[in-house]
Write a protein that binds this ligand. Structure first.
Ligand code: AMP
Length: 287
């Protein structure tokens, strides 16, 4: 496995692979890799001849008061995980390799970025779309892999790829959880022992809400109220949002229908965590 911080090196390596007729999978990450990231890399390895992982804490997707400076980083750990998962190349650039000092071009997927995390983080998805677009141009993959953990991000990327005619297949991968249910996240490392226990309020609410829908409840109000009350039982938890939307358009819905996303963002102390579930009611109603 190779690691490079140079755009030029990535281009040359991928070009060589392409000349050999090999397919290329791509997994964009912000590093501090865990089993969730690993599941994406393993899937990419099984679908493609070669796999590139980017490991870059993208400054422009963080708001002014967010955790850019404290975001956890450990490239040695990341190298081991990528190697074990079977990746071929890590792209680990410094910010100035990605952004010229007078950088001024952005990509924005408008409507799909508005709700959920877009409300609290108004410039976040513009930063995500811009960096992913840049990374796609650098790597030129056949397929790119994203976790459903960030369900709105996945919807935003799909929309960008469709709207801008990018010839890349977007592959969504299921949420990987800790044994007790907490969705794996690089940000879990911010939690102290007491907060780590309190964070289970998220997955408890998620599992309960999913069960309600699978048992026939369709009213968003009813499902969301039950989920809120589970989270509110936890004194360290402060709700940012608990919402139901269409999973593709991220438009709010009052009745669960079609591919339904139920998503939450909750502060546990100072740490903001997200979780979600998607139920495809077309499948549920047929069974
Ligand atoms: P990040 O490094 O947090 O930007 O995440 C990089 C990619 O890994 C994104 O596509 C995430 O959705 C995905 N990811 C993060 N955590 C998980 C998880 N617990 N399960 C599945 N995918 C995940």
């Amino acid at each position: 496995m190779e690691i490079t911080g140079s755009i030029q090196n990535v281009r040359e390596t991928v070009k060589k692979w392409r000349q050999q007729g090999l397919s290329v999978g791509f997994v964009p990450t912000m590093g501090y890799l865990h089993e969730g990231h690993k599941s994406l890399i393993v899937k990419a390895v099984s679908d493609n001849d070669k796999v590139v992982v980017s490991d870059f804490v993208n400054p422009i997707q963080f708001g002014a008061n967010e955790d850019l400076s404290t975001y956890p980083r450990d490239i040695e750990l990341d190298k081991k995980l990528c190697e074990a998962a079977g990746a071929d190349l890590i792209f680990h650039p410094q910010p100035d390799e990605m952004y010229a000092s007078d950088f001024s071009t952005y990509v924005e997927a408008q409507n799909v970025s508005r709700e959920l995390c877009g409300r609290t983080r108004p410039t976040h998805f513009r930063g995500v779309c811009t960096v992913v677009c840049k990374l796609f141009h650098i790597v030129m993959p056949d397929r790119a892999y994203f976790g459903q953990k960030d369900a709105q991000q996945l919807a935003v990327i799909r929309r960008m790829v469709r709207d801008l005619n990018m010839d890349i297949e977007i592959v969504g991968c299921p949420i990987v959880r800790e044994a007790d249910g907490l969705a794996k996240s690089s940000r879990n490392t911010y939690l102290n022992e007491e907060e780590r226990k309190a964070a289970l309020a998220l997955s408890k609410a998620i599992f309960y809400g999913e069960e309600m829908i699978r048992n026939g409840e369709r009213k968003a109000k009813v499902v969301l109220a039950a989920m809120r009350s589970i989270i509110e039982e936890e004194p360290l938890a402060k709700i940012d949002y608990v919402e139901m939307t269409d999973a593709d358009s991220i438009e709010p819905i009052e009745t669960a229908q079609g591919r339904t996303l139920t998503a939450i963002a909750v502060y546990i102390g100072k740490t903001r965590l997200i979780d979600n579930f998607i139920v495809d009611l077309r499948e549920v109603d047929q069974s």
